[in-house]
Design a protein around this ligand. Structure first.
Ligand SMILES: [Zn+2]
Length: 135
């Protein structure tokens, strides 16, 4: 993400006639994109990265015009995104561990009337009871 944002700033500071900058700012002159889900392009991914880093895509040019400030805000943004990701990961892991440690007690248990065996589902109990009818 850091390299992606770094390259973005570098490209924005290029003269307008340079090919990478022209490709970055390209738009469809004719035609339209069909309805429904589109494949994510490089610019879509850039917008996602900018949002994750807490950087405003609207003021991108002014932020990127000064290299030193841009580099600093990129580093801070990526650190912020990493921190958010780590918090989310830890919370998810903790939630998973809690779920594994305490099984759901609200779950209904189906008990066989013949042998007292506990089944997790009604269809499981039905399937089990068929084994009693075989003899
Ligand atoms: Zn049984």
């Amino acid at each position: 993400m850091l390299h992606q944002l770094g390259w973005l700033g570098h490209t924005i500071r290029m003269p307008e006639d340079r090919l990478p900058r022209r490709v970055l700012y390209r738009q469809l002159r004719l035609g339209h994109r069909s309805a429904g889900g589109q494949k994510k392009g490089f610019k879509d991914q850039l917008k996602i990265s900018l949002r994750k880093c807490g950087l405003d895509p609207g003021s991108l040019e002014t932020m990127a015009s000064d290299r030193t400030t841009w580099r600093r805000s990129c580093h801070e943004g990526v650190q912020l995104a990493d921190k958010k990701w780590a918090e989310k990961y830890v919370a998810k892991k903790r939630r998973r561990l809690v779920t594994m440690a305490a099984p759901d007690t609200t779950r209904q248990v189906f008990v066989c009337t013949v042998c007292g065996r506990q089944c997790a589902s009604r269809i499981g109990l039905y399937s089990h009871q068929r084994s009693h009818n075989k003899q």
